[in-house]
Ligand binder design. Sequence first.
Ligand code: GLU
Length: 305
Amino acid sequence: MSEAGAGRYAPSPSGDLHLGNLRTALLAWAFARSTGRRFVLRIEDLDRARPGVEQRQLDDLAAIGVDWDGPVVRQSERLPRYEAAIDQLTAAGLTYECYCTRREIQQAATAPHGPMGAYPGTCRTLTASARERLRAQGRPAALRLRATVTELDVVDELRGPYRGRVDDLVLRRGDGIPAYNLAVVVDDAAQGVDQVVRGDDLLPSTPRQAYLAMLLDLPVPRYAHVPLVLNTAGQRLAKRDGAVTLADRRALGNTPGQIVATLAASLDCTATSASELLAHFNAGKLPREPWILDVNGLLQCSRCP
Ligand code: GLU
């Protein structure tokens, strides 16, 4: 592991990065580089991987001047690490099988990026015979954490103290795939990540992740959740909002430098390259409000240099 810690960007290869994703990546990079730390990239491809997307994401990051240290890590290549962590928790008596239907599991556990209802603990106290009966029905079992707290306080470097729910979260899904919350904790520690900078849609998942890190005897990283980019209707920026990817913007004649300038302007900074942004970067002065992006306004390039 490293002497100096690292920052990271961890995209899911489910679609091309849009301006909001690129802005978060640029910020995560600037947080790390401005403090002389490493910056690592991790592709979170345990599900939702679409062919060709990973390479385009890497190309787009490079095009806006985000560089990274060491090889790109892919979660799909690290399954034994997640299983080892699950074994560690199981050996400590901190897991149980859950036979709830896929629908119930999905409702409770597949929305790591948003507020989610706590799992009510239906399978926590199953008797051995009840478990056998469910197993005999051929129901796939997920593995859940036997949490001993219901809430945890974390401190976010931008948002301040945050108290959030910790429930019996899924560690391994019914289809055998390790859950996001587990994988992210194992990987951040293994990659020496000591500061997690990401979109604030993930703030609600943070207490769960910090709790898991503690149970696994891993260092809890510092957290800085940055405001998301919203469209003019106040919704999270998405592909349907128009020309929002680097490829879209290039097709309209924007250069990567102009895109960086636009992203920098949204951070109250004047810069046409990542290195220029870095020279002016001041984490304490970042806007705390979401950036409202008028994609059609961008088309006229009114904010481009
Ligand atoms: N892979 C997640 C995403 O693309 C990010 C996870 C994280 O930063 O912890 O939304």
